[in-house]
Design a protein around this ligand. Structure first.
Ligand code: PLP
Ligand code: TYF
Length: 392
């Protein structure tokens, strides 16, 4: 029976890790998978997380099951950061549940949308490949529109067209901030317009917020989510703590649903809980509990926000340095300065991507997406010279 299964391709980004590891060159540069790195090229555990984990080990007195919704104190502690301190539940219309990472949240969100009758998901192109993979696995059609123009701005015309052409049974997926893979985010004015378009059309928004705090700040990066939720009747937010708390492999995330009213919300969330039971029963606890302990403690919260500021500041410096290099060989690196988060795309041809890898030991996705956090004071000049060489 199992021999009926067809060989599946490896995840291109995860395969790149192995390729990079097997390169013997000491000065190789890894700009592949999206993890933050310090100026020393490391991805350390946050100090605030270490402190919270210590506290957790000392105080946790049971590991008994919590239920499919996970640690609700964790889920609720995040809400003021995402939805704003003034009215984090939107008058009782928002409720959440813990999920295994942002991916678990997306899986539930798209499965819930399908249960509710959604037939197609409208997604900007390019997007994180897992968006398409989850839809394919669940049998949902993906409708693509161009995310960005050749000039490196959001392609608002394409978005307007996609929303105008949408049917009532469509949903739309938007990146809340730090767009993966382009780094090209909507301005506040553009979010204002998007909120209006979605409210008018009445299609379900699913907002993927996997990098809050890595763009312009925790509050600034929540503008789009808050603006859309203030305008529409229903929405889903898929949240990941894996980047902004550095918890990647601990799989920490949450799903939030906003309903038209409180009564609807109970019914909607019961579907989230039922789907969780059918998928993973309960989310892993450890990382979420550590995040909760940080958010419940003023000093740890300040420490975490300070560590997040340092990450963001370092990425801004790398971006500024790339932008300063400007026209380099045949490409212009200056737009990277105004982009957000871990990623940007350099318009390399496939041959140039290969040359960067083989000749210069610089590893990144075939799409030309680089993880800017992989660049440090020790390797950035060499990277810029390599770009100049392969694109000359
Ligand atoms: N959404 C986007 C756009 C991402 O880039 C990621 C990255 O990993 C995720 C969601 C999911 O994150 P995780 O499942 O690791 O929490
Ligand atoms: O895009 C990235 O690099 C991150 C990490 O299957 C990631 O989102 C990449 C691929 C994958 C899971 C996570």
């Amino acid at each position: 029976m199992l021999s009926n299964l067809q060989q599946q391709p490896a995840d291109a980004l995860l395969a790149l890790i192995k390729l990079h590891n097997s390169d013997p060159r000491a000065d190789k540069i890894d700009l592949g998978v999206g993890v933050y790195r310090t100026g020393q090229g490391e991805t350390p555990v946050f100090g605030a997380i270490k402190a919270a984990e210590k506290k957790l080990v000392e105080t946790q007195d049971s590991k008994a099951y919590l239920g499919p919704e996970g640690d609700m104190a964790f889920v609720e502690a995040l809400m003021p950061y995402i939805f704003g301190k003034a009215n984090p539940t939107m008058d009782g219309r928002i409720e959440g549940m813990q999920t295994p990472g942002g991916t678990g949240s997306l899986r539930l969100a798209i499965a819930m949308a399908k249960r509710a009758g959604v037939k197609r998901l409208i997604v900007g192109k390019p997007s994180w490949p897992n968006h398409n993979q989850i839809c394919a696995d669940l049998g949902l059609e993906v409708l693509e529109f161009s995310h960005a123009t050749a000039e490196g701005t959001p392609d608002m015309n394409a978005l307007r067209g996609a929303v105008a052409a949408a049917e009532g049974s469509d949903a739309i997926l938007l990146h809340g901030c730090c767009h993966n893979p382009t780094g090209i985010d909507y301005s506040n004015d553009e979010w204002d317009e998007i909120a209006g378009l979605l409210a008018e059309k009445g299609i379900l928004p699913i907002i993927d917020l996997a990098y809050q705090g890595l763009g312009n700040g925790m509050e600034e990066d929540a503008y789009g989510v808050r603006r859309v939720l203030a305008a529409v009747a229903e929405a889903i937010v898929c949240y990941s703590c894996d980047k902004n708390f550095g918890l990647y492999r601990d799989r920490v995330g949450a799903l939030y649903c906003m309903a038209a009213d409180k009564a609807e919300l109970v019914k909607i969330m019961s579907n989230g809980h039922a789907l969780a039971r059918a998928n993973w029963s309960q989310p892993p606890d450890h990382g979420g509990a550590a995040v909760r302990l940080i958010l419940e403690d003023e000093a740890l919260t300040a420490q975490w926000l300070d560590e997040l500021d340092q990450m963001r500041e370092r990425m801004r410096q790398v971006r500024a340095k790339l932008a300063e290099a400007g026209k380099t060989g045949g490409v212009d690196l200056s737009p990277i300065g105004g982009q957000n988060g871990l990623f940007s795309i350099i318009p390399f041809t496939p041959e140039q991507v290969q040359a960067m890898r083989e000749k210069h030991g610089v590893y990144f996705a075939g799409s030309g997406r680089i993880n800017v956090a992989g660049l440090t004071t020790g390797n950035i000049d060499r990277f810029i010279a390599a770009v100049a060489d392969v694109t000359a």
